[in-house]
Design a protein around this ligand. Structure first.
Ligand SMILES: [Zn+2]
Length: 410
């Protein structure tokens, strides 16, 4: 397999990219066929040949059965972050199929201001009952520090929490069906539309993102008691409730760009400036996504801009060359979130880069990955929104004291 298009300068010399899009060989789970085309490009061809009307009939059947079985209980668990998929999932379930979902959110406790707004807006416009779990600040900070050395990014608590919390709710509230958004086939390369992951896998998030179980994360500073909220329900509990899940993207033709535009116009969903990429959606709820993607870049030579450019090239919105230019501009930029990360963990920047050097995959060991300084401050403050609110009020004079003082002065 040779990249025959020599006129295009690749983001990282020495890495093979899919000849159609911008997916690098260093992406986990990716496969190139004999022509040098990646699994995701092949999946997107499949997507055109699928009988979506038939798939939607299947969806209707699944949701109607869930409704019938649920009786007075909730019809399904709807895991949401307030991101664009959350709005679309909520729209499909409540407005199109008339279901009553129980919305659940695992909060990473790193909500951006925009993300906080989006989540509240989602709950309000779709009139959703909602459960949220938020780990304590001290626990989040400790886990963020441990996570880097353990799995090579800062986000173990989020990877494992988004997997565990909806399952805990499903088993405790006895709601068998979970409804996620985008199909795994679209971006992952580990599944395809013809073999969608209909079969429920309790350990999916542990395998693909968290890597380590809650017990494996325990050490002298993090007790098993601290980590209890991240425990998955047992297989027995899962079986007793009959928990299973679907991705709407396996049943409905998923068009990210169009859906985003639509929820923005119809429901007032907001984008924000995202570190490490050129788009303002996907993980817009988290101030640390730039940090997560930068560690991916240091490990595997690509970040979020690569991933999004690959999708845009595949969908004909960008040329491959334009994609590569955007990747160089964004993936290689040191995020402002790194400053916040160093602050909450007490790590030095040298220690951070030393850890990341150990995490770099073998294929990149001899390749120097360029890093640029960020030329402008981020549009949104890289401080959790709840901390921003607290700081604002702590420094504001108490209105009652001001009023009493005013009376005294008279
Ligand atoms: Zn491709």
């Amino acid at each position: 397999m040779n990249d025959t298009n020599h006129s295009v300068t690749k983001p990282i010399e020495g890495i093979q990219y899919c000849i159609r899009c911008c997916v690098p060989e260093t992406q986990e789970g990716v496969n190139f066929d004999e022509l040098g085309i990646c699994t995701a490009c092949r999946s997107s061809e499949d997507k055109m040949h699928i009988n979506w009307a038939k798939r939607e009939e299947q969806l209707k059947k699944i949701l109607n059965e869930a409704k019938t079985k649920a009786g007075n209980n909730y019809d399904c668990v709807l895991p949401i972050s307030g991101g664009k998929d959350s709005f679309f999932q909520a729209h499909v379930l409540t407005k199109i199929y008339g279901l009553k979902p129980l919305a659940v959110t695992f909060s990473h406790n790193w909500f951006s201001e925009t993300g906080f707004y989006n989540l509240q807006r989602c709950l309000e416009v779709f009139n959703l009952d909602h459960l949220q779990f938020t780990p304590a600040r001290g626990l989040v900070n400790k886990l963020a520090k441990k996570s880097l050395g353990a799995i090579g990014d800062s986000c173990w608590h989020c990877h494992s929490g988004v997997g565990a919390f909806p399952l805990q709710v499903a088993t405790r509230f006895n709601i068998p069906l979970l409804v996620w958004g985008e199909s795994i086939a679209e971006n992952d390369g580990r599944a395809s539309y013809s073999t969608p992951c209909h079969k429920f896998d309790r350990d999916y998030f542990t395998k693909v993102s968290a890597r380590l179980t809650a017990k494996e994360m325990a050490d002298d500073t993090l007790s098993k008691k601290d980590l209890h909220p991240f425990e998955l329900p047992s297989y027995e509990e899962i079986n007793n409730t009959g928990v299973w899940g679907i991705h709407l993207g396996d049943f409905i033709f998923w068009d990210e760009e169009r859906q985003t535009e639509w929820i923005r116009n119809v429901y007032g969903w907001r984008e924000t400036e995202m570190e490490g990429t050129y788009k303002g959606y996907k993980s817009a709820e988290c101030i640390m996504s730039g940090m997560h993607d930068f560690t991916c870049y240091l490990k595997r030579g690509f970040g979020r801009a690569t991933w999004q450019a690959a999708v845009d090239v595949r969908n004909g919105l960008l040329s491959r060359e334009e994609g590569f230019e955007l990747i160089k501009q964004h993936d290689q930029e040191r995020p402002e979130a790194l400053d916040y990360y160093l602050k909450i963990t007490g790590l030095s920047e040298e220690a951070f880069y030393a850890t990341m050097k150990n995490k770099k995959i073998d294929a990149l060991k001899d390749i120097q990955l360029p890093i640029h300084a960020k030329s402008r401050p981020n549009a949104e403050r890289i401080v959790p929104f709840v901390e921003q609110i607290i700081q604002k009020h702590l420094h504001k004079p108490d209105p009652r004291i001001a009023r009493d003082k005013g009376l005294d002065d008279e």
